[in-house]
Design a protein around this ligand. Structure first.
Ligand SMILES: C[S@@+](CC[C@H](N)C(=O)[O-])C[C@H]1O[C@@H](n2cnc3c(N)ncnc32)[C@H](O)[C@@H]1O
Length: 331
């Protein structure tokens, strides 16, 4: 299925691309956002995606807009390098549309879907440890933490225990075997959300270090946006949305920064962002009817001020466990 861009009009309304402006599409995918920005005469886009299968769509875009478009394969957290290599020092807008594309979900070989038989992979970049590495190597405690934190799965420990006992028979290497093990552990009522949904989400987030990428990407965006340049981020679950919300509200001077050691509210550095709207923008009923993927989408957008970017350690964002551990176990 071709990927239908979510909240496209709303993202464009936030970014307001103009002639001569340079924009980053940090999650190029099938290029839906990029195409819309390139539709504005004289606007330029740097597309980034860490999935090598985004390349053909990017090549087609390059043929259609040779002077206005360039593509880089890699994580958006490294957008500063991409912008520097393109010969620029700052950009006028950044779009991030998080998560996976319809193409990635649909292709059984990628292992993202609990409904299609495939290798237990889930790596967007096709490099590094896979979901199979995670379920076969992490301890029960580590798997429990991953399912609880990244999947918000209430029966996290039971799912981890069932996995640990199943892998003693033979390693778990396929999507449907994992879906079956987790379904038996977690249960669930027929007709409700599939019982393996949250564990699959958790493994995907872990394997792609999605929250770490997001936190680093927000910091990079803050450093490379020109004054008045807009950051627009579309998220698909509450963990991501909470990170974006906390980051932008803090940077807009709307959150105090007390700490365990200095519980009094400390004044932060001068605001580096100003929110375009206090509340997240959600998809209209018409969009959700036409594209069910839009149901959980939330857009948050903010414009860069002229104040300096905050030091990275001031982000006040939650710690992200387990990815470094997974790397350690499989290197
Ligand atoms: C929801 S799709 C984006 C769809 C795109 N807006 C469109 O209209 O076609 C997300 C894409 O972002 C990519 N992606 C996710 N996280 C990434 C990251 N940290 N760095 C680079 N690409 C990422 C995925 O590989 C996927 O292709």
């Amino acid at each position: 299925m071709a990927h239908v861009p979510v909240l496209l009009d709303e993202v464009l309304a936030a970014i307001r691309p103009r002639e001569g402006g340079l924009y980053v599409d940090g999650t190029f995918g099938a290029g839906g956002y990029t195409r819309a920005v390139l539709g504005v005469e004289g606007a330029r886009v740097l597309g980034i995606d860490r999935d090598p299968t985004a390349r053909p769509a990017a090549d087609a875009m390059k043929r259609a807009w040779p002077k206005q478009f360039a593509f880089a394969e890699g994580p958006f957290s490294l957008m500063e390098d991409v912008i520097e290599r393109a010969g620029s020092s700052g950009v006028d807008g950044i779009m991030l549309d998080l998560g996976v594309s319809s193409m990635q979900i649909d292709e059984a070989e990628r292992g993202f879907s609990f409904q299609k038989e495939g290798p237990l992979d889930m790596r967007m970049s096709r490099t590094g440890p896979s979901a199979a590495d995670a379920v076969n190597h992490l301890s029960i405690e580590e798997l429990t933490a991953v399912f609880r934190v990244y999947g918000e799965e209430k029966r996290a420990r039971r799912a981890a225990q069932f996995i640990a006992s199943a892998r003693e028979d033979e390693p778990i290497t396929t999507t449907l075997r994992l879906a079956d093990i987790v379904s038996r552990a977690v249960g669930g009522k027929p007709g409700r959300v599939h019982p393996a949904t949250r564990v699959f989400q958790a493994l995907r987030i872990l394997v792609n270090d999605e929250l770490g990428e997001l936190i680093r990407g927000l910091g990079a965006a803050e450093r490379v946006l020109k004054p008045a340049g807009v950051l627009a981020v579309v998220t698909f679950h509450s963990l991501e949305d909470r990170i974006v919300k906390t980051f932008l509200r803090a940077r807009a001077g709307l959150e105090g920064r007390g700490s365990r050691h200095a519980p009094d509210i400390q004044p932060g550095p001068a605001p580096s962002f100003s929110l375009l709207s206090k509340k997240a923008v959600e998809a209209s009923e018409a969009e959700v009817d036409a594209n069910p993927r839009a149901r959980s989408a939330r857009l948050r957008a903010a414009a860069r001020t002229t104040n300096p970017a905050w030091p990275a350690e001031d982000s006040g964002l939650p710690g992200v466990p387990a990815y470094s551990r997974l790397l350690e176990l499989t290197s």
